[in-house]
Design a protein around this ligand. Structure first.
Ligand SMILES: [Zn+2]
Length: 309
């Protein structure tokens, strides 16, 4: 995360850990987002696996920041949706209104530069906001965008809930978790949209056609399994999703295996009929020789009988 030790202490690490613990289905995604480890095209490039340009807008280098900056229509629409959800949740958790405005402004216009410090009218909130802003600046605003928040933000919300006399003592903890989670969700849902689009495009390309053809081959062989050796027929018991969804390498391997078994079986059949041909020719030749020898023997016996006479 690249955070200086003194700032590390100010992160609400407990809340972050709870979010990851409470959402096992997104544990991997959140961890990757927090550590900037999504498999973007820039990461691909680093592994020498092709270009680093965004597969959606085809304009900019796709690094982890680009996911929230991409101008592809689907990404802009998703962004609007997530921001609207964030607004609903901020209202439901009774967020201090200027803080709510600040958060929505931040996610709407975040270009990964430092946001302007919000100026508040009420003095007791001004100080709290300033302290939270300074603390977050130490932790970093890039980190803020990925849900790595200073625990100082909670103090503003806590003050507000006290002023409004809300009784739930866990409200502030729930509130900070909600904010952190929504910031992480912002990256996760946009990344998901991006991956879905890439997957659909792939389906229409070489890989997609190969997957489809192999599925057809499997269906065809299932109708007429005789061409596959009996002990290998269990390989035909595959569901459609194996061909369409599992890693492409598995599909290629399956195809190679099946084709080689069929080829081997065919070759064996051919060899057998050829050797049978050889055998019968040999047999006939052997019979001819045997017949000639028999005739010769008979002839000799007759000559000897005549001599005796
Ligand atoms: Zn893009």
């Amino acid at each position: 995360m690249g955070i200086v030790p003194i700032a590390l202490e100010q992160i609400d690490q407990y809340a972050l850990a709870r979010i990851i613990q409470k959402n096992p289905q997104y544990r991997l995604s959140y961890t990757k987002i927090i550590h900037k480890e999504l498999n973007t095209m820039q990461v691909n490039r680093r592994w020498n696996l092709g270009s680093d340009i965004c597969p959606l807008c085809l304009k900019e280098v796709e690094d982890w920041k680009h996911i929230t900056l991409c101008t592809h229509e689907a990404m802009i629409n998703e962004k609007k949706k997530v921001i609207a959800e964030f607004q609903t949740l901020l209202d439901r958790h009774r967020t201090y209104p200027p803080l709510s405005d600040f958060l929505i402004e931040y996610v709407t216009h975040n270009d990964y530069t430092t946001p302007i410090e919000p100026l508040l009218l009420k003095p007791k909130y001004t100080i709290l906001m300033h302290e939270a802003y300074v603390s977050q600046s130490m932790i970093g605003w890039e980190n803020f965008s990925r849900g790595i928040l200073s625990s100082q933000w909670k103090r503003i919300q806590y003050r507000h809930l006290l002023d409004k006399e809300y009784k739930d003592i866990h409200a502030v903890d729930k509130w900070i978790r909600m904010v952190m989670k929504q910031l992480l969700e912002f990256h996760r849902s946009l990344w998901k949209i991006r991956c879905d689009i890439v997957a659909t495009e792939k389906e229409q390309t070489y890989e997609g056609r190969q997957r489809h053809d192999t599925l057809q081959l499997c269906k065809y062989l299932n109708q007429d399994p005789e061409s596959v050796p009996e002990e290998k027929r269990h390989l035909l018991e595959k569901q459609d999703k194996f061909f369409l969804k599992s890693p492409f390498d598995n599909v290629v391997m399956w195809r190679k295996k099946i084709l080689s078994y069929i080829n081997n079986a065919l070759n064996e059949q051919n060899n057998q009929s050829i050797s049978l041909k050889h055998n019968t020719q040999d047999l006939r030749r052997f019979c001819k020789v045997a017949r000639k020898q028999k005739k010769k023997k008979k002839g000799k016996i007759r000559k000897q009988k005549r001599k005796r006479k």
